[in-house]
Design a protein around this ligand. Structure first.
Ligand SMILES: [Zn+2]
Length: 401
């Protein structure tokens, strides 16, 4: 996956800001407590007439005693308020370092059991199968192997498969590289046509990995999970309602990125969107669903804000379906704003497309360093249940169209 307007750093910044916003209350509470302790009339020590030391008519010595007692009292009270302040700060820091946005711990992505037609183990085997090819960046021999594997797979599932090829310049060497989107079609002439898509290239390097940024990037979640989910979903596509057709499109060149800021993202989806616009198909798509990073073991898919901007009704329909099915991994709250393959589909092709993405991998919070673009993005950090739950939701949403 892509780029986000809320990198983990800025997300952290946002969290800190949200804490800062709540600080005035904390401060008020603390200074309120301090005021309470210091206020004349509420402090036993300070109150004339209640303090034995302060009784009128006592000697000058008493006056001195009174002053020092008041000082002692004030200093004690000050100590207490400092303690309370410190405790408040301690709680605040604990809160800051805890997973503020974390949902209550859940055993899995669904409340109940996933129906047996969607098979978590099978979906996970697909994930392993593509990851076993190794890293799969655009133009690599592993990508070609993957194309062969998937062409044969989707043909066996009844699709007509084609490769939409195009050429780019390698961002590092300037040499020509052939890229190809893989398109698997079921019933392309039926009146209600939908686009289900993912990227199937992996980033060339795990460049956010602190230990080994030039290591091997397997991209189990970022690259593999969308492919595996759509393979699992393909088991359902031979048996669609009689007016529904589906294209599964796997985009190449989503992140053929060697240098952040220099190299372009979304090469395949942009090419696809431009072709769609210049040579419109006989039946246009009613909607698109992009799957990216949907394999996280701790799956939580929030509304992605660009999806709400461009395809609000599609997003609503999918989350409502999830809610009806008890797939609690779908959370009906917006969270990140993400640039992904759905941007060219919405902006260039005009296909209302949502991005189903769990960008918090494994979970939000300081205690969970992200696996995103690191060597930790491996099948072991993903789960078949997560994949099958997403497939269940997307398929049932499709049946309701
Ligand atoms: Zn990525």
């Amino acid at each position: 996956m892509m780029q986000t307007h809320e990198s983990r750093g800025s997300s952290l910044h946002r969290q800190v800001k949200s804490v800062a916003r709540s600080l005035p209350d904390e401060k008020n509470t603390q200074s309120g407590a301090r005021q309470h302790l210091d206020a004349p009339g509420t402090s036993v020590v300070d109150t004339p007439g209640t303090s034995v030391v302060d009784t009128p008519g006592t000697s000058v010595v008493d006056g001195i005693r009174k002053t020092s007692a008041r000082r002692r009292g004030r200093s004690r009270m000050h100590g207490i308020s400092v303690l309370i302040g410190c405790f408040g700060m301690f709680v605040l820091v604990l809160w800051l370092f805890s997973d503020m946005d974390r949902e209550p711990a859940a055993a899995g992505p669904t409340n109940g059991t996933i129906p047996s037609r969607y098979e978590p183990d099978r979906a996970f085997r697909y994930l392993k199968q593509v990851c076993d090819l190794g890293t799969r960046p655009s133009g690599s021999p592993q990508m070609r192997e993957q194309q062969d594997l998937l062409t044969s797979f989707f043909e066996k599932k009844g699709a007509k498969v084609s490769l939409q090829s195009f050429e780019i310049r390698h961002p590092e060497t300037g040499e020509a590289v052939e890229l190809a989107n893989l398109i698997a079609s079921w019933y392309p002439l039926r009146p209600k046509r939908f686009l289900l898509c993912a990227h199937y290239d992996t980033r060339p390097y795990p460049d956010r990995d602190r230990n080994n940024p030039k290591g091997v990037f397997v991209g189990a979640n970022d690259g593999g999970s969308g492919v595996a989910a759509l393979m699992e979903l393909a088991h359902q596509l031979g048996d669609l309602p009689s007016d529904v057709g589906v294209d599964i499109v796997l985009f190449d060149g989503e992140e053929f990125v060697f240098e952040q800021g220099r190299d372009d993202y979304f090469l395949g989806s942009t090419y696809f969107a431009e072709k769609y616009k210049s040579q419109p198909p006989a039946v246009p798509y009613q909607a698109g669903v992009l799957l990216d990073m949907v394999g996280d073991r701790e799956l939580r898919i929030y509304y992605e804000k660009n999806s709400l901007k461009y395809a609000r009704d599609v997003a609503r329909g999918i989350w409502q379906t999830a809610d009806r099915l008890g797939v609690r991994a779908f959370v009906s709250r917006p969270r990140h704003t993400i640039d992904d393959d759905h941007i060219p589909l919405n902006r260039i092709a005009g296909i209302p497309t949502v991005d189903l993405i769990d960008f918090d991998y494994p979970r939000p919070g300081f205690g969970a360093p992200s696996y995103w673009h690191t060597e930790k993005d491996i099948p072991e950090n993903c789960s078949g249940e997560s994949l099958a739950a997403v497939v269940w939701v997307v398929h049932q949403w499709l049946l309701g169209q």
